[in-house]
Structure formats: C-alpha cells, structure tokens
Design a protein around this ligand. Structure first.
Ligand code: AMP
Ligand code: TRP
Length: 339
C-alpha cells in the first residue's frame, strides 16, 4: 500500500453561468479569501465545463468566466497567493473524471438532489453531462489531492459523493491514494435565501432580480433591494429561538452577521426588539459599505480582459504542475500502460 503524505490544500469552484450573487459571496467567495489568508495552498477554479451541462451562449460564457475571475480578485483573492484558472484549460480534470465515471455507481448519482432540481420534470431531456456532473466535481477536487473544500450548504451532498468515490477507488485498488476530503461549510450564511421568499435559495437563476443582490449591483440598487425585501410585521426577537418560524427575518439577520463578521447571537443582542423599519437601513448601509467596493473593482478589472486572460493562463499552468503527476499516478494504479 502506498502511503501518501497529505499537504493541506484547498480547492473550490464556481460556475460561470451568469451573474454572481450575495449567496455566492457569503457562502463561497468570502470563505475562499479567509482560507487564502490562512497561509494554506489555495486553488480556485471557474468551472466552465460544469456550466455547459446546461446550454450556454458562447459569448456569454466567455464574459461570465472573465467576470467571475474579476469577482474573485475584487473579493480579495490574490492571483499570486491563490491559483486562479478556468477548468477547461487543465485537461487533467476531465481525464480524472472519466476514471471516476467508472468508479461512481448509477445508484449514487441517481440520488443527487441538484440533478433532480436542475433536470426538473423532463429528466429524459437533460444532458448526460448534467447527470455525470458530480463525478467531474470529484475529479476537480481529487486531482489536486485536496483536503478541504469551502462551499455553501447546497454542495454538501456532492462532497459526500466525492468522499465515497475516493474511498471506493482506494478500496477497489487496495491503495491509500485519494484523501477523504473535508467539506468546510461554516459561518452564518451557508445558505443565503431569496429576498422575496425566505424558503427559496438566493440564486442567479431566479427570474426576479429583486430576489437577489448581484455582485455587479451599485449602491442604490443594493439599498433598494434591501428596503423592499420581504419581512413580517413583528419586531425582531432577541433570541435565536425566536427566528424559528420567521425565515425572512432569519435570512436578513444571517446576512447581517456574515457581512459584519459577527455571530448571529451578537447581532440579535444588538438588534432584538427593533422594527424592520429600523433594522433594514442598518443592513442596507452595511451591505452597501461591504459590497459596492467589490462591484466597483470588478468593473475596473473588466476593462482589461487581456490581463484577466493572462492571470487565467498562468493559473492553469501552475494548476497543471500539481494535477499532472497525480493523474499519472492514478493511471499507473489503474493499469494504463504509458511512459
Ligand atoms: P454556483 O453559483 O452554483 O456555482 O455556486 C458556487 C458556490 O456558491 C457554491 O459553493 C455554492 O454552495 C455557493 N452558493 C450559491 N448560492 C448560495 C446561497 N444562496 N447561499 C450560500 N451559498 C451559495
Ligand atoms: N458544483 C459546484 C456548484 O454548483 C461548483 C463546483 C464544481 C465545485 N466543482 C467544484 C465546488 C469543486 C467545489 C469544488 O456550486
């Protein structure tokens, strides 16, 4: 049995399939920055191959990939410290995904709730890629021997599948080769909800733009969306238990806590007893202060797409130096003849 020394390594990805939301920022990007600044090796990907599991207009895909890179940098990722690249440029991801297609079982894939949600009623008409998507995601992670993956709550099931694939591979080939990756789903905003409906996830695909804050929204738009966010008639409670049946109130408190880097308990101690008419302006001011510099910086970075492309190319080259030897060893374990 080959024993592997596990260097701590972080990998995560976001799909360039439209705009970025406050949910992406608080559930994922802000955490990416925290981990970069902990001094661990960090690799952050724009998962363009995942995006095309649902048809994408090529020009929009190009734009969204660059804009996502700008969003990463504007949120605080430093292309010198973190490896930033787009997935399609490191072919080892898809090569590893094929191996994992042969490890993952049909029954495991059929349980994936994201597939069921995205395929909707007409699953027969969904792409094969959409069904196989979680095996590619496992490849993204394991081709770097990643030990930690920061994501929002909605990705938990995919990370469990990644662990199952790693364990089955190790078991089937009698090796201790792939690490059992740790999901990092932490903080007050692992599931940011729609501003119009506290039972629905904030999503870039929601038809109502008022349901979300986009990373490209300016200060006035952010403040307006918060002012108009759905609430209930009661004042805010001072204890967390008081939020149990109040999804909209809970969502706004969670957003406040995450933006202000406080615990939910701390926020509730400060704002308990206040009416929404008092709390919403506080939240709007905080959201504008934290978010509008990001949209400004994204717009500035998007004026020089050649520089973004250079960052992506150099990131892909760095990523490949880690992925290529791991893929090569995988091929050897599996029994592929080659130099
Ligand atoms: P996606 O935009 O679906 O590629 O998601 C990219 C990352 O953002 C993943 O880690 C998701 O879990 C996270 N994410 C997306 N929407 C939300 C949300 N509403 N709340 C928290 N995290 C989210
Ligand atoms: N599936 C993730 C999402 O929809 C994106 C993703 C692809 C990802 N590969 C990944 C996230 C690897 C973390 C690690 O949000």
């Amino acid at each position: 049995m080959s024993q592997v020394v596990r260097t701590p390594r972080v990998f995560s990805g976001i799909q360039p399939s439209g705009g970025l939301t406050l949910g992406n920022y608080l559930g994922a990007m802000k955490r990416f920055v925290d981990m970069q600044d902990e001094g661990i090796e960090t690799i952050y990907c724009m998962v363009d191959l995942h995006a095309i599991t649902v048809w994408q207009d090529p020009d929009k895909l190009r734009h969204a990939t660059r804009e996502l890179c700008a969003g990463y940098i504007a949120s605080g990722l430093d292309p010198e410290k973190s490896i930033l690249f787009n997935q399609s440029q490191v072919a080892e991801h898809t090569q590893m995904a094929w191996i994992f297609n042969c490890v993952a079982r049909m029954g495991w894939m059929q349980r994936m709730t994201q597939f069921k949600d995205k395929a909707g009623k007409n699953a027969q008409n969904a792409s094969l890629g959409l069904f196989g998507y979680p095996a590619l995601m496992a490849a993204d992670i394991l081709v770097y021997h990643t030990t930690r993956v920061p994501v929002g709550e909605d990705q938990k099931q995919h990370l469990e599948l990644t662990r199952d694939i790693a364990a089955k591979f190790n078991h089937d080939y009698g090796v201790d080769f792939f690490p059992i990756t740790e999901p990092v789903i932490e903080g007050a905003a692992t599931r940011v909800m729609s501003l119009r409906d506290g039972s629905k996830k904030m999503s870039k695909s929601d038809p109502s733009d008022m349901s979300r804050i986009n990373l490209t929204d300016d200060a006035d738009t952010i403040a307006k969306k918060i002012r108009k966010a759905k609430t209930d008639p009661e004042p805010l409670p001072s204890e967390v238990e008081g939020l149990a049946e109040r999804p909209e109130a809970r969502n706004l408190i969670n957003i406040y806590a995450a933006l202000n880097e406080q615990s939910v308990e701390q926020v509730m101690a400060d704002v308990g007893g206040r009416a929404f008419s008092e709390f919403k302006p506080m939240l709007a001011e905080l959201a504008v202060a934290k978010m509008s510099p990001i949209s400004g910086e994204m717009a500035r970075l998007m004026q020089d797409t050649a520089e973004i492309d250079r960052i992506l190319t150099s990131g892909a080259a760095r990523a490949r130096t880690i992925a290529a030897p791991i893929l090569k060893q995988t091929y050897e374990i599996v029994g592929m003849v080659g130099a």
